[in-house]
Design a protein. Structure first.
Lengths: 216, 115
């Protein structure tokens, strides 16, 4: 779901460029506070994995393909601020080196797949954990990743509509429709990867999960 | 802290991830579907796919195919490996710079508070 140059009008490019830059600056500052040394290679490897997984387009219905995004995976593992940093790095390298996603729409891509994808995935994940009291984490992860890619797609639809490309209702329906199918792949891969890369918190064993949350 | 799961510190698992990443980018990428993705499909269906502008500049590895290589699987595979390596290096450099500054402020703070 990389927006190419030319899909968005000038006002949308400029606005998303400014907001996107602000979001990256905020995430970098937040990352600096929360990051620990041992996470450095893990974060680098997660970014590399997300880049690789994004190359693997899988066929879905109607001669259409979809690919993994990774915002939910990154934010569930490291929190949304680090996830925005990871996703921005992926998107910037894809745009600069591989010509995947335009330069004038880099802010829009960072905003949709980076910021919206990471925060939506993280929000749904935390909400699911609270509601199910820490049970069924794999199912919660699947749903969080599905919501992440569908809301990123809705973000793209809104920007397309704002650019006057096509009406907002049609845009939302078309983008959410296709990406609710692609979201199944996103959900499965995210659930697998997160299950493999996490372990039960030893301190929590035998304890009733507390309902209150202290995010990051 | 109500997080039931924490990111594993198991080195073997992360090495497996690295191997999976390299295989995915270096080999499986060649077999990826070339059908239009979700956004391209929507653009084609609603008649604005042609509005996508050809960039006015040429990226080093345009379209995930390393130029100057004849064998198709190597073209894609090497492009993927270069991308993976770039991301690892960029994120490693960036995040270690961010932690270094943090550690100057809080020397000796414990290493493992999950964020």
């Amino acid at each position: 779901m990389h927006i190419p140059d030319g899909f968005l009008d000038v006002k949308t490019c400029i606005t998303t460029g400014i907001v996107g830059a602000g979001a990256v600056a905020y995430s970098l500052r937040k990352t600096r506070v929360s990051l620990s040394r041992r996470q450095v290679p893990m974060i680098a490897l997660t970014g590399a994995f997300i880049f690789a997984a994004q190359m693997l387009n899988f066929p879905i219905a109607g001669a259409t393909s979809g690919h993994f995004l990774g915002g939910a995976m990154a934010s569930i593992l490291f929190g949304p601020a680090v996830a925005v940093v990871i996703m921005s790095a992926v998107l910037i390298i894809q745009a600069l080196i591989f010509q995947d996603g335009g330069l004038t729409v880099l802010g829009a891509n960072i905003l949709c797949t980076g910021v919206i994808g990471s925060y939506a995935g993280y929000g749904v994940y935390r909400l699911g954990l609270i509601m199910l009291r820490g049970r069924l984490t794999k199912a919660v992860t699947f749903v969080a990743a599905w919501c992440s890619i569908v809301s990123a797609a809705c973000g793209v639809a809104l920007l397309l509509a704002w650019s006057g490309t096509f009406p907002i209702g049609v845009a939302l329906q078309a983008m959410a429709g296709w990406h609710s199918l692609i979201g199944i792949g996103e959900g499965l891969l995210t659930a697998l990867a997160v299950a493999y890369l996490t372990e039960r918190n030893v301190d929590m064993e035998g304890l009733q999960p507390k309902p209150e949350v202290t995010p990051t | 802290m109500s997080k039931p799961l924490t990111v594993t510190g198991n080195k073997r698992k992360w090495i497996v991830m690295a191997i999976i990443t390299l295989i995915a980018a270096g080999i499986i990428s060649f077999f990826a579907s070339s059908h239009p993705d979700g956004l391209e499909r929507v653009a084609a269906d609603h008649g604005f796919l042609d509005e996508a502008k050809k960039p006015s500049w040429t990226a080093w590895i345009s379209g995930y195919e390393l130029p100057g290589i004849a064998i198709p699987i190597l073209k894609v595979g090497l492009a993927g490996i270069i991308g993976v390596a770039l991301l690892f290096l960029v994120l490693y450099g960036l995040t270690s710079k961010l932690t270094r500054r943090e550690e100057e402020d809080h020397v000796g703070e414990n290493d493992h508070h999950p964020s």
